[in-house]
Design a protein around this ligand. Structure first.
Ligand SMILES: [Zn+2]
Ligand SMILES: [Zn+2]
Length: 405
């Protein structure tokens, strides 16, 4: 089968890191990602089954991997060679477990159940799948998610395998574009709820790429009534942020003034050390770099909360204000189970299905590419904002070998 495969190759890692620093996505041309003809993965256990991807999204964490930016932190929790692609809608030819044949979305976290680990770890027992403590153990090779594990394959190919517990049936009337947005939407729903917003809060969302826009939509649907101040660079992002529920949308240079206006806080200092005495109750950082974290610290109020939803890496930032203002900085990764304001527990993926439908999030898929044009696809994904795009995906539906028996 045809697959984009990420191979362990030190010289190519180095080349990708150099190219990726010069232009986002350039690591695809010279790095360890190659288009290959490979054997499809074998189901590694009895509850596993083959699925055939239809669309597979390109996420920020994929781009960081391709451009050699991702942290060495991941080394023990990925296994090479792997086929990326964890935002996947696929065809399931035969029913498995409770899931009928038809289109499915993959919930990619490879927790205890998928690894055949029994009893499951405490996190999996609580339903907090993203916090699984066994992602390098059990019946399959290390890999925090499908798309980073050598045994499962991934969405950037014509065939992969999935555990029955990872599959969610797609409603018949949905487009594939809507279905492929479920996984990133689940990340945003988890981030929006992990931010612990309270009624009446001012919530700043930094970044209006896919993750930022989905976070705005998630806050609007699931968080207690709050005021959402979105920070967006590009015109299409600004329009979508407002459509998805942001009350105010500002450019990055205008955040401090907008927060001052919204909260009546004072500014102190002058020159380049002007800062606010108060600020926003909650900041959700959907970017995850030095600049966004510094911005978050600059506009959050004393005892406020910063939730990092965008994947950070090595970051240099002055934490004096975090200490003096007793700010909480927390991460939000993946999904599992959420508790809504009414006390009801839901799988994050169920909430994501609801949100994709209610907010028509399939429209955020801006362009799709065949595997053979992967360097164009990745360049487009890496410059989505300036090019007026949101999510870029691979389209496997017309790959010749996929449709061969
Ligand atoms: Zn992702
Ligand atoms: Zn576990």
């Amino acid at each position: 089968m045809k697959a984009l495969r990420f191979e362990r190759n030190v010289p190519r890692f180095a080349a990708a890191a150099v190219a990726g620093r010069l232009a986002g996505g350039a690591g695809a041309k010279v790095g360890p990602l190659r288009l290959r003809s490979v054997d499809p993965p074998e189901p590694p256990g009895s509850d596993w089954t083959e699925i055939k991807p239809r669309l597979a999204g390109i996420c920020g964490s994929d781009l960081a991997t391709i451009d050699g930016h991702s942290s060495r932190y991941f080394e023990p929790i990925v296994s090479f060679p792997f086929v990326p692609g964890h935002e996947v809608v696929a065809d399931l030819d035969e029913a498995v477990g409770e899931v009928p044949a038809g289109r499915v979305v993959v919930e990619p976290v490879l927790g205890c159940v998928t690894r055949g680990i029994d009893p499951v770890c405490d996190a999996c027992a609580r339903g907090d799948l993203g916090n699984c403590e066994r992602i390098a153990f059990g019946a399959i090779e290390p890999g925090l998610q499908t798309g980073f594990c050598c045994d499962t394959g991934g969405g950037w190919s014509t065939r992969m395998v999935a555990h029955a517990s990872q599959l969610h049936a797609v409603p018949a009337h949905w487009s594939d574009e809507a279905a492929v947005m479920v996984e990133p939407t689940a990340c945003a729903v988890h981030g929006a709820l992990a931010a612990q917003v309270r009624e009446g809060d001012l919530v700043v969302v930094l970044g209006a790429g896919a993750l930022g826009l989905l976070t705005i939509a998630a806050l609007t649907r699931f968080a207690p009534a709050c005021t959402v101040l979105a920070v967006a660079k590009h015109p299409v992002q600004r329009d979508l942020a407002a459509q998805l529920g942001a009350h105010t949308v500002v450019a990055p240079g205008e955040i401090a003034r907008a927060v001052r206006r919204a909260t009546g806080t004072m500014a102190i200092g002058d020159g380049d050390i002007v800062r606010l005495t108060g600020g926003a109750d909650v900041v959700i950082d959907c970017v995850g770099n030095d600049t966004s974290l510094a911005q978050a610290l600059a506009v959050v109020r004393p005892r406020g909360r910063i939730t990092m939803v965008g994947m950070p890496g090595h970051t240099q930032v002055d934490l004096t204000g975090l200490w003096q203002r007793e700010i909480t900085l927390a991460g939000a990764y993946a999904y599992g189970t959420e508790v809504l304001a009414d006390g009801a527990r839901h799988r994050t993926f169920d909430l994501a299905f609801d949100l994709v439908d209610a907010a028509d999030l399939g429209r955020l898929v801006s362009a799709t590419y065949p595997l053979a044009r992967f360097t164009d696809a990745i360049a487009h994904a890496a410059s989505a904002g300036p090019r007026g795009a949101v999510r870029i995906a691979f389209d496997l539906r017309n790959e010749k070998e996929r449709n061969r028996a």
